[in-house]
Design a protein around this ligand. Sequence first.
Ligand SMILES: Nc1ncnc2c1ncn2[C@@H]1O[C@H](COP(=O)(O)OP(=O)(O)OP(=O)(O)O)[C@@H](O)[C@H]1O
Ligand SMILES: [Mg+2]
Length: 239
Amino acid sequence: MRSPPPILPLEVSDLCYTAGGERLLRDISFTLEAGSLTIILGPNGAGKSLILRLCHGLLKPTGGSVQWRGGGNPARRHAMVFQRPVLLRRTAAANISHALKLHGLDRHARAQRTLAALAQAGLSDLARRQARLLSGGEQQRLAFARAWALSPQVLFLDEPTANLDPAATRAIETTIHGFRAMGTKVVMTTHDLAQARRLADDILFFNRGRLVENGPAKPFFAAPRSKEGQAFIAGEILW
Ligand SMILES: Nc1ncnc2c1ncn2[C@@H]1O[C@H](COP(=O)(O)OP(=O)(O)OP(=O)(O)O)[C@@H](O)[C@H]1O
Ligand SMILES: [Mg+2]
């Protein structure tokens, strides 16, 4: 089977987002390339979730642009997992197989991929349970299994472990490494510095609706260039 052409890079140019009379994001420009794991880092209210939703196409910029520059058709080649998983009132297995149906897979392929995705997430035993009755950690693993089944080229994650205990967080981080190993570009928001240090290849550091720093993770954590970055690394809250 031929793999589809790459949709990356994703180019964000002079992006602004205004709502309720307030400029929530201003003059944001960056390019997301394949390969690395990018963490969008910043304090509460910095604009991390907004930028992710704009990249995924859930919101439209009020200024500037978000453009997929690769050769392929981006529709359905990028997926997103939210802080609180959005699951259908169906079994765990049916949640995955429904998503695959929307992507046009036939019944046989859906059944196979659903089983594989559940197994990969360690959820085989819960396949027939109602998704919305699963625990928070199980629901989040199911949301990841559903994304996994779709083999996206780009996966946007908005604080996917914010509500989880340390063991569930570790399980999700292992899955995130799995996506990376599979060649999926992961773009993830967090305000958790320790998690960013564990996962990031690249950092986009936001503060108050602006992109303050953009570059490889190691030098950012060793010596942030900006005053805001230094304060954030030092654990001083920025408001
Ligand atoms: N539709 C909207 N109308 C007005 N203000 C909004 C809207 N959406 C978001 N905001 C505001 O924009 C700012 C950025 O929000 P965003 O959710 O992107 O922050 P965040 O960096 O994800 O924060 P957190 O770490 O708390 O998740 C916040 O001050 C928020 O209150
Ligand atoms: Mg957020």
